[in-house]
Write a protein that binds this ligand. Structure first.
Ligand SMILES: [Cu+2]
Length: 291
């Protein structure tokens, strides 16, 4: 990104200098200094032949980079659906078991990923500037995006189609991991989180049930199986909260649970401002055990 910016500024400056120099020459030269034939030759060379050669060379040089990646047999399938205002993510284990996740996509470095993109409500757009171009997510159809991360690390993603009040708060992270670490992570995701042992977290689990959170959020291995909001089976293993808008930590969990509509205007989660602070804390503690 930095190299590209420097290159663009430098070439912009170069073009400016050339044009300015031509202006000076034009102003200072005498009328009819090169005559009609000379003028025509200049236009032919500087206006047609040289630009054709330069543009053809650039085209040939960049064609390999434009070749689309094909998704082969070993490509990793990842389903992503745009929701208001979060991302429903689905993987499959090597033996076909589906795994539900949300708001964070993990991919193995070097392996082709075949994203299947859809939308639940309105049109969203899936965009990871550091990895691949934008692809619209359209209700009722499935679009494909094939991408491959060549370096481990974190890539920022963002919804790129205005989809409602909190459109700008609909981001996500793509985490590219070494293949071995990815396989281990995927196997972990396929198992439900361990039941909480800490007393506060256990009270939080009861409050989670009593307040109907499970009607919208699912926790694998428990009775909570809601599908309206993000899946919580491994929520604490994610690095961000609220679709990439804030770091995952206890304070932000409490903030979100207390008043989701204030944090994300238009979000389809009611406020829980009536809960006692100790109860909100207990629920947050429970969610933190879902690794
Ligand atoms: Cu969106």
């Amino acid at each position: 990104m930095r190299d590209l910016t420097i290159l663009m500024v430098a070439s912009g400056a170069l073009i400016f200098a050339v044009v300015a120099a031509l202006f000076v020459v034009a102003i200072r030269s005498k009328r009819d200094a090169i005559g009609h034939r000379g003028g025509m030759r200049l236009v032919l060379w500087a206006g047609a032949v040289i630009p054709t050669i330069v543009l053809a060379a650039l085209l040939i040089g960049t064609l390999p980079a434009m070749r689309p990646i094909v998704a082969g047999q070993d490509a990793l399938l990842v389903d992503v659906a745009g929701e208001q205002f979060w991302w429903r993510v689905g993987y499959r284990t090597p033996n076909g078991q589906p795994i539900a996740a949300a708001n964070e996509v993990r991919v193995p470095v070097g392996r082709t990923v075949d994203f299947r993109l859809s939308a639940a409500d309105v049109i969203h757009s899936f965009w990871i500037p550091g990895l691949a171009g934008k692809v619209d997510m359209i209700p009722g159809r499935t679009n494909r995006l094939v991408a491959r991360a060549t370096r481990a690390g974190r890539y920022r993603g963002q919804c790129a189609e205005f989809c409602g009040l909190s459109h700008a708060l609909m981001a996500f992270d793509v985490v590219a991991m070494e293949p071995v670490a990815f396989d281990r992570w995927l196997a972990d995701q396929a198992r439900p989180a361990a039941a909480p042992t800490d007393a506060v977290a256990r009270r939080g689990r009861a409050l989670f049930t009593d307040n109907g959170c499970g009607g919208c959020h699912a926790v694998a291995g428990t009775a909570a199986a809601g599908r309206i909001g993000p899946d919580f089976s491994h929520i604490a293993a994610r690095t961000s909260l609220g679709a990439g808008i804030m770091p995952m930590n206890e304070a932000n969990l409490i903030r979100f649970i207390r008043n989701a509509p204030a944090v994300k205007p238009g979000a389809r989660m009611p406020a829980y401002t009536h809960l006692a602070p100790a109860d909100t804390l207990a629920i947050a503690r429970y969610l933190e055990t879902l690794q």
